[in-house]
Design a protein around this ligand. Structure first.
Ligand code: NAD
Ligand code: WQD
Length: 340
């Protein structure tokens, strides 16, 4: 019988791509999502793409009774834990919501896993745990501990909780995946990123400028010590990221303990590089204006992804042109996101 995987936050942007990858690889999938930042339509689309549907349970990771029932009803072998809040600016205004949802929620999930005897966990962490980097590229051994906002601190706290948990009991096997900047969409154009309100992140913002929903892009800072003065990031295609989760699942099936892996492409692109590449892929002109730096932003950040290649057999396959073409296909086919 195929392994059954619980995916928390599986209706969201990255989670829905991971659910698709799991179903395509033959896994059974149960999704738990409270839909606070997503739509169940994403899972309908996933089923449309691969001809198989996950079990969907609308609910919250804090809900102990619901989790106990879920684990009793389904023989879960491992959990991919995407559920969480992710807006950096909002986390500064509402830190308690972020600590409650991301930290307390993760603790509740682990408690329920422990009660159910499920000890394999893949956690969605972030390059933000490295804070303002002193060295580049960032390896998993680069210092953590100075994230610039409550969101980042919540991710680092969960990493530490999980490290303590793994040290306390050898049955736990935990993969911490530090994503760099996820972008793009499935090549079908059926699933993608559907932010609520005005997007915080670069690519969704550019996409909405391209379809005329937003007037122009504000480029945050033109005076960074980078090749063209704009911020540099390591953009990683969401389908590559989803594949990384399958590789991590394989790894934790064979080894116990806690281990972190960077999931990035290992290459930095500036904001101006991104605008140009998007224009090439879409044929649209993206009007932009360079304004002041955004508080809390770092100049540049990219991964050393060698550990993931060596230990997981994972490497980003999709380049900038794919990221842009797939973002544009999703954006132009779904100008209103999942609301149609
Ligand atoms: P997303 O908001 O699209 O997905 C998160 C999902 O979790 C949503 O469907 C939301 O409804 C659900 N959720 C939130 N709180 C919940 C709760 N208490 N109970 C049940 N469901 C809950 O975000 P995403 O971009 O897909 O990110 C997924 C994970 O990856 C998050 O943990 C995020 O912090 C992390 N991450 C994201 C990025 C990024 O740039 N997108 C980068 C690094 C790490
Ligand atoms: C990318 C670049 C901006 C918007 C954030 C989180 C991080 C992780 C990924 C979750 C930067 C510039 C952006 C705009 C711009 N998320 N920019 N105009 O800030 O690298 O990372 O998302 O874990 O934790 O901090 O991503 O897409 O917001 O910005 O000029 O309207 O684009 O300054 O250089 P960021 P981003």
């Amino acid at each position: 019988m195929a392994d059954k995987i619980l995916v928390t936050g599986g209706a969201g942007y990255i989670g829905s791509h991971a659910v698709l990858a799991l179903l395509e690889a033959g896994f059974e999938v149960v999704v738990l999502d409270n839909l606070c930042n997503s739509s169940a339509e994403s899972l309908v689309r996933v089923a449309g793409i691969c001809g198989r549907a996950p079990v969907f349970i609308e609910g919250d990771i804090h809900d102990a009774r619901l989790l106990d029932g879920l684990f009793a009803a389904h023989e879960i072998t491992a959990v991919l834990h995407f559920a969480g809040l992710k807006a950096v600016g909002e986390s500064v205004r509402k830190p308690l919501e972020y600590y409650e949802n991301n930290v307390v929620g993760s603790v509740r999930l682990c408690q329920a896993m422990s009660r159910a005897g499920v000890f394999r966990l893949v956690f969605s962490s972030s390059a933000t745990v490295y804070g303002e980097p002193a060295e580049m590229p960032l390896s998993e051994d680069s210092p953590t501990g100075s994230p610039t906002n409550p969101y980042g601190r919540s991710k680092l706290m969960v990493e530490e909780v999980l490290r303590d948990l793994a040290a306390s009991d050898p049955r736990w096997s935990i993969a911490v995946l530090r994503y760099f900047n996820p972008v793009g969409a499935h090549h079908s154009g059926q699933i993608g990123e559907d932010p609520r309100g005005i997007p915080n992140n670069l690519l969704p913002y550019i996409g909405q400028v391209a379809i005329g929903k937003l007037k122009e892009l504000a480029v945050f800072g033109g005076d960074y010590p980078t090749q063209d003065g704009t911020g540099v990031r390591d953009y990683i295609h969401v389908v590559d990221l989803a594949d990384g989760h399958l590789k991590a699942l394989q790894a934790i099936a064979c080894q116990a303990g806690w281990r972190a892996w960077n999931l990035g492409a290992g290459q930095g692109y500036s904001v101006l590089d991104m605008i140009q590449a998007f224009e090439q892929a879409s044929g649209c002109v993206i009007p932009y204006r360079i304004i002041a730096r955004r508080p809390g932003d770092i100049p540049a950040c990219w991964a050393d992804p060698a550990r993931a290649e060596r230990e997981l057999g994972w490497k980003a396959q999709r380049g900038l042109a794919d990221m842009m073409a797939d973002t544009w296909r999703w954006q132009s086919m779904n100008p209103q996101g999942y609301a149609r």
